[in-house]
Design a protein around this ligand. Structure first.
Ligand code: C2E
Ligand code: CA
Ligand code: CA
Length: 762
């Protein structure tokens, strides 16, 4: 047997399968056979039809020239079975041998399909078919090449399976994995890999292996290890050639490659390789490469293998899948990013933070930064939204550059951003990062030749100390950010600081509220009255009732400290009613003391005032006390009136209809529009103490005070200057026509007996 040219490794099996039966052949029979074979040869050749005659008793085959050529045997004529079937694929040899063995004196035998491997032709599929008995002990048959039919059927089967696979996969990686597996299973390859191009900046593309799959036909660990760490060049070597669009055959026993991968393949028992590009025509009409598929087989394969014929359709299907998935990916990205800045959007940030909390390794920590731009609204208002957008985009870019590895930067909406650091960052490092963020916000932004500046208020919370989940962490970072805002903006606060301070304040407020409640029940409140005088400081025009709280220990608490606390509960309403009642109780005594027509100013907080029952209640109280409503002037801060104008205006109108008067307190602190001011039913406005402080030195303050005086005069209402402490202030006010003044210079707030004593008229 010519074992030296046997291309199959499993020679023992083949030898056993093709062992010839012994015994002489009949000379006559073979002569007839030869004649027939010669006669038919020209026609047979044209038809590709090979003929054979089998003498089953002695196991000898006579092959026509076409049959010999199909089987890859050098000469036609008589052969021992083993020699005739030399090139039959070992996995099919048993089958073919059983087919021949089934031929007997009485039995013609059946057809059989098998592969042969002929040097220079590759693997071909042949079909033998016994046809007729010719003389004694000889069966005639034919053999034809069915490779193309076989391949067509296989291609169809393969394409069908491939399409099914690709439709059913969600990710490109899963699709590639299945394709490699399918090629190996269906087309008899042992190893497959997929290479993609990675583009490190500024360098030519590098090809890296993204997927490896192999059958259980051997130990491929060495090749796997080499392949997964290897990198190819898009310009050189086998991979480079394939990348440029040319499919390549590789012979692992002779070809070489950088990194010695082919040598590894050989050591793993692989022989032949086929590489082909996966390309597609993009939307721009150009040809794009999605990657390279490589396959290796334990068997030597040649150009006639099925894979090259299928490569194009595999490539097209993969490309289609890649495009479909790229589209899905684009949609996913759209759903997860903020359109304007390209950062992660709020919803996706929450999702990522959820994941980060779930997957954070024990003992590791990470930080969350809540970033809010200060002074952003004025930019939008002054320069328009386009300018605002430029700032937001540029700031997003700065954040992206600052973000350390593993960090996620998000725009939560408006001018709010957030950053989540990677695992393992200590609070100091997070603080340093936040300071860098604050610094980058302070850098100027350019918009159409303008230099715009903002700053950032930042709050930091840490996982896990400030929260174990997204809601807690964001809440903590948000609270810390608000602490930054409150403390003057353009700063960084930690949750612990903010929370500590806030809890302190909250606890103190709660304690005070309960003390206030007790104090109210025990009657610890009293009123003092501060005179409001004419501009000469001679005649008492009115008094302002101011509340005080004398605690059980004797300390007197000023209203600035407890009114805001009382405002957080219904207590403020009770206190307010008490003040009105107390005033109604005291006023007749003032009138009786000769201060006829004296008005009392009463302060009212928003919760008391913004109650539609107030006019009726007030009316009932004054009536019960026998007081004319016009004796009461209710002081409402400009701020309160303006910020609740829809509710406050009807109540103000109702009160004035009933005869009460209204004064606009702390005037100048709010932002009333003049047109709105004209519609308010007010009897007076009180210039806030703050403006008096600069009078007469500060030009601005003086100008404001003069303007307010003019305003009051033009509107025909009184103007009360509050907080007059010096003679020069009083002189200035008088010079510019102020008619009513209030302040320590003219009289401090005092209890009723003192007031009575001081202003009693005979
Ligand atoms: P407000 O209505 O602006 O009252 C004027 C405040 O200025 C009073 O402080 C008064 O003592 C103070 N003041 C008057 N003249 C001068 C001066 O020349 N120099 C200085 N430095 N201060 C002067 P007070 O009594 O501590 O009241 C503070 C605030 O508490 C009041 O500001 C008012 O908003 C609120 N308040 C007082 N009593 C009541 C009340 O019965 N109900 C309500 N809701 N709020 C009240
Ligand atoms: Ca007041
Ligand atoms: Ca005031």
């Amino acid at each position: 047997m010519k074992t030296d040219c046997l291309p199959f490794p499993r020679e023992d099996i083949l030898a056993a399968a093709l062992a010839p039966p012994s015994g002489p052949a009949s000379g006559d029979s073979w002569r007839i056979v030869r004649e027939r074979a010669l006669r038919a040869s020209a026609v047979d050749e044209a038809a590709g039809l090979g003929r054979w005659w089998y003498e089953h008793r002695h196991g000898r085959l006579y092959l026509s020239a076409v049959a010999a050529s199909l089987l890859g045997i050098a000469a036609s004529g008589c052969h021992e079975v083993a020699d005739a079937l030399l090139n039959v694929a070992p996995q099919d040899a048993w089958r073919l041998r059983s087919t021949l063995d089934a031929i007997t004196d009485v039995h013609l035998g059946t057809a059989c399909e098998f592969r042969v491997n002929v040097t220079g032709k590759g693997t071909r599929w042949l079909k033998v078919q016994p046809v007729a008995r010719e003389g004694e002990a000889i069966v005639a048959g034919m053999v034809v090449d069915i490779t193309s039919t076989k391949h067509a059927a296989m291609r169809e089967r393969f394409s069908f399976a491939l399409t099914q696979y690709l439709i059913g996969t969600d990710t490109f990686d899963a699709a590639i994995h299945k394709i490699i597996q399918l090629v190996c299973d269906e087309l008899g390859w042992d190893w497959g890999a997929f290479w993609v191009r990675e583009e490190p900046e500024g360098r030519t593309g590098v090809l890296r292996c993204r997927h490896v799959w192999h059958a259980a036909t051997g130990d491929y660990s060495e090749l796997r290890a080499v392949t997964t760490t290897a990198s190819g060049d898009t310009c050189h070597g086998v991979l480079g050639q394939v990348w440029s669009g040319k499919a390549q055959w590789v012979d692992a026993s002779t070809d070489t490659e950088d990194g010695g991968r082919f040598a590894s393949a050989r050591r793993c028992g692989l022989q032949s390789g086929y590489f082909f590009p996966v390309t597609y025509t993009g939307g721009d009409g150009g040809l794009h490469s999605a990657g390279i598929l490589e396959f290796f087989s334990r068997e030597p394969r040649q150009r006639e293998a099925q894979l090259p014929g299928l490569a194009e359709s595999i490539s097209a299907l993969i490309a289609q899948t890649a495009q479909r998935m790229a589209q899905q990916e684009r949609m996913r990205v759209l759903a997860q990013t903020d359109e304007m800045t390209g950062l992660v959007n709020r919803a996706h940030f929450h999702y990522l933070l959820d994941r980060a909390c779930e997957q954070c390794p024990p003992c590791a920590s990470f930080g969350v930064l809540y970033i809010d731009l200060d002074q952003f609204k004025p930019i939008n208002d002054a320069f328009g939204h386009a300018a605002g957008n430029v700032v937001l985009k540029a700031f997003a870019e700065r954040l992206r550059e600052l973000a350390p590895e593993g960090a996620v930067v998000a725009r939560l909406g408006g001018d709010e951003f957030a950053m989540m650091t990677g695992y393992g960052l200590e609070p100091q490092a997070v603080e340093a990062l936040a300071q860098r963020v604050a610094a980058c916000a302070r850098e100027q932004f350019q918009y159409m030749g303008h230099e715009l500046s903002v700053s950032a208020s930042i709050g930091i919370s840490m996982y896990p100390s400030h929260g174990a989940n997204t809601a807690q962490l964001l809440h903590a970072a948000d609270a810390a950010m608000y602490a930054s805002k409150r403390n003057g903006r353009n700063r960084v606060s930690h949750y612990s600081d903010a929370q500590g301070a806030e809890q302190d304040v909250l606890a103190k407020q709660l304690i005070m509220l309960s003390e206030l409640q007790h104090g109210f029940e025990r009657g610890e409140f009293f009123l003092v009255y501060q005179p409001i005088m004419d501009a000469h400081g001679e005649a008492l025009a009115a008094v302002e009732a101011l509340i005080r709280w004398r605690k059980s220990d004797g300390t007197i608490v000023p209203p600035d400290q407890f009114i805001p606390v009382a405002e957080q509960s219904r207590l403020i309403v009770h206190l307010g009613r008490w003040v009105v009642q107390q005033v109604c109780h005291d006023l007749p005594r003032l009138h009786a003391a000769g201060m006829h027509g004296l008005k009392v100013h009463i302060n009212m907080a928003a919760p008391e005032f913004l109650d539609s029952d107030l006019p009726a209640e007030l009316m009932a109280t004054v009536r019960a006390a026998g007081i004319d409503p016009s004796s009461l002037q209710i002081e409402l801060t400009e701020n309160m009136v303006m910020s609740h104008i829809d509710t406050s205006l009807p109540i103000m109108r109702k009160l004035t209809q009933l005869g009460f008067e209204i004064s606009l307190d702390d005037f100048g602190m709010g932002y009333s529009s003049l047109s709105l001011l004209k519609t308010l039913p007010i009897a007076s406005l009180k210039i806030d103490r703050g403006f008096l402080q600069g009078v007469p030195r500060e030009r601005d303050d003086c100008a404001i005070v003069r303007t307010m005086l003019d305003l009051g005069r033009n509107m025909g209402i009184g103007v009360i200057a509050e907080g007059v402490e010096t003679d020069s202030q009083l002189g200035y006010l008088r010079q510019f026509g102020c008619t009513l003044v209030q302040g320590y210079l003219l009289g401090r707030p005092m209890p009723l007996p003192q007031l009575l004593e001081r202003y009693r008229k005979a």
